[in-house]
Structure formats: structure tokens, C-alpha cells
Design a protein around this ligand. Structure first.
Ligand SMILES: O=P(O)(O)OC[C@H]1O[C@H](O[C@H]2O[C@H](CO)[C@@H](O)[C@H](O)[C@H]2O)[C@H](O)[C@@H](O)[C@@H]1O
Length: 281
């Protein structure tokens, strides 16, 4: 089957999404594009320490960065971790917001508030809680410094492990005054008061962006989708893109445009660059 010309863009399923894509292409210097990391820029792997960007996607981000107003990553991971795993320092001017917006990395420097005391309490109690829950072996703790995530992807029955852990983790989060953040075969306990939606909105306002695109794959990305909808209400055209998977369907349901995982997103970014470059002459 012949492939479509390199500057052919996919068509969002919503009118608002189509308008936002048109705005982004016609006024690239006013656009802010932001991406989740795991499952969006990087394929999902069994061990988060092995995450690597989709081949070609960092180069695509770098090409866009020279044409768009702002390129950002908004992740649940520590910002510096994602910069290192992704090699994101290769993207000129990129802003990386870590821990759902609690941290900000720019030009090699991280700015962040201190974590609340509940994080230390969770760190102390989590190993015994996992043992007592009966969650199968392979369940493990990712200590991210400002939050802790319990992963079940490597457990014998990952879904069953999540079921066993859900109640005890919620109770611990309540005692620690932390928030439960469910994700792809992971439950995270993290500080309250931040989310990807607030992080995205702040960045759009700070940069006076005239259009916005956000791409994500997981439940923690839905607040950013809601922020895009709210920004539209304030006159900022916005496009939500789902990097699809079989594991989470709610994100595709909420998106203006669905692409097949990080590979599909790489293709979309390449097409955007080609189109913008073509229009610039
Ligand atoms: O906001 P994100 O950048 O998407 O981070 C969300 C979580 O991503 C990581 O976990 C997920 O990716 C892992 C590596 O592919 C995978 O093994 C795991 O099952 C996924 O849930 C990360 O480890 C978490 O800390 C992030 O919160």
C-alpha cells in the first residue's frame, strides 16, 4: 500500500481538534506542545529503568523545537530521570516538568519544592504493607524521591496484585496525606496539589501560547486533557492526542486524535514538521 505524502496530517475526530491543528500549523511560533513520557515518547517496558525513547522521536522533537513556541514534557517521573533516559537535553529549549508539575527542569537545572513528610512515612511502611497484602512476587517499589510507585507489571498476575494492593495503599495514602495515582500496572502515592492539568495550564499562561497540543497515554494524563478543554473555553485552540494501548482505553475515548503508540506519535511529529516547513517556504 502506498504511504501518504510526508506532509499529510491525520484528521482529528472533533471540530475543536481540527481547529487546533490548523491553528498550530498556521502559527507555529505561538504553539505549545507537551508530551507525557512513558507510553507516549517511550514504549512501555517491564522495568522503568530500561525505558528509552521511541527511535526517531527525540530528533522529531528537536526539529519541532526550532519551529514551535514551546516544546515540553510533563511526566510523573522525576524530571532529571526523564531527561537522562530520553536524552532530552538534545531538544533545544525544552521544558521538562517532573512529578506531575512539582519539579521543573530547564537548561540542566531542576527547581522543586520539598516533598511533604508523608512521603517518608510511606517509604518506611510500604515494604511491610506489600508483604501483608499477599501481592505476588515481582511486585516492587520504585522510590522516586518525592513519591513512591508500586509496580505489578513483573508480577505473575499483575491485575490481581493491583486488586490486593488497592485498598491498603489507599488507606496508607490517607494516613500520609498523599494522593493515590493509578496508572498502567502501577499505583503511586504522591503529594497532593499538583497534576498535569495545572502544570500544562501554568505553562500555557507563562508562555502566552496561542495554541496547545498535549499527548498522553495513561490516566494521569487526563487532567491535562481537561486543561486543554478548559483552555479552549478561554479562546486557546487545543488538541488532545492519545498514544494508544490495549491497557488503557479511557484516554483514547477522551482524545481528539488517536495515534498507534509512540511509533504513531513519531510519525505525527514528522508530518507536522514537514507541513510547517513547507508552509514556511
Ligand atoms: O507520566 P509518565 O511519564 O507517563 O510516567 C507514568 C509512570 O511511568 C512509569 O511507569 C510506566 O512505565 C514503565 C516503563 O515502561 C512500566 O514498566 C510501568 O508498568 C508503567 O506504569 C514510571 O515507572 C512511573 O513512576 C510513572 O509514574
Amino acid at each position: 500500500m502506498p504511504s501518504s505524502p510526508a506532509d499529510t496530517l491525520p484528521v482529528p475526530t472533533t471540530e475543536a481538534g481540527r481547529a487546533a491543528l490548523a491553528a498550530l500549523v498556521s502559527d507555529p511560533s505561538g504553539a505549545l506542545v507537551a508530551f507525557d513520557f512513558d507510553g507516549t515518547l517511550a514504549p512501555i517496558v517491564a522495568d522503568p529503568r530500561d525505558s528509552a525513547p521511541q527511535p526517531g522521536i527525540v530528533e522529531a522533537l528537536a526539529a519541532l523545537a526550532s519551529r514551535l513556541g514551546t516544546v515540553a514534557v510533563i511526566t510523573g517521573r522525576p524530571a532529571a530521570t526523564v531527561v537522562r533516559l530520553g536524552g532530552l537535553e538534545r531538544v533545544p529549549g525544552i521544558v521538562v516538568l517532573g512529578h506531575y508539575g512539582a519539579e521543573r527542569w530547564t537548561d540542566g537545572r531542576v527547581v522543586a519544592a520539598d516533598p511533604p513528610p508523608g512521603v517518608a512515612l510511606v517509604r518506611e511502611e510500604l515494604p511491610a504493607l506489600i508483604d501483608a497484602s499477599g501481592a505476588p512476587s515481582g511486585t516492587w517499589i520504585e522510590d522516586k524521591g518525592r513519591s513512591l510507585a508500586v509496580h505489578t507489571r513483573r508480577a505473575e498476575d499483575p491485575e490481581r496484585a493491583l486488586e490486593l494492593l488497592s485498598g491498603p495503599l489507599s488507606a496508607l495514602a490517607e494516613r500520609a496525606d498523599l494522593q493515590v495515582e493509578p496508572g498502567r500496572l502501577v499505583i503511586e502515592l504522591r503529594p497532593q496539589g499538583v497534576d498535569k492539568g495545572a502544570a500544562l495550564t501554568s505553562l500555557v499562561e507563562e508562555r502566552s501560547a496561542r495554541s496547545v497540543l498535549f499527548a498522553g497515554d495513561d490516566l494521569g494524563d487526563l487532567p491535562a486533557f481537561a486543561a486543554v478543554a478548559a483552555l479552549r473555553g478561554q479562546g486557546v485552540p487545543g488538541l488532545t492526542v492519545c498514544s494508544s494501548s490495549d491497557e488503557v482505553t479511557a484516554v483514547a475515548d477522551a482524545a481528539d486524535l488517536v495515534v498507534p503508540g509512540p511509533a504513531g506519535l513519531t510519525d505525527l511529529l514528522g508530518r507536522l514538521t514537514t507541513r510547517i516547513r513547507g508552509l514556511a517556504g
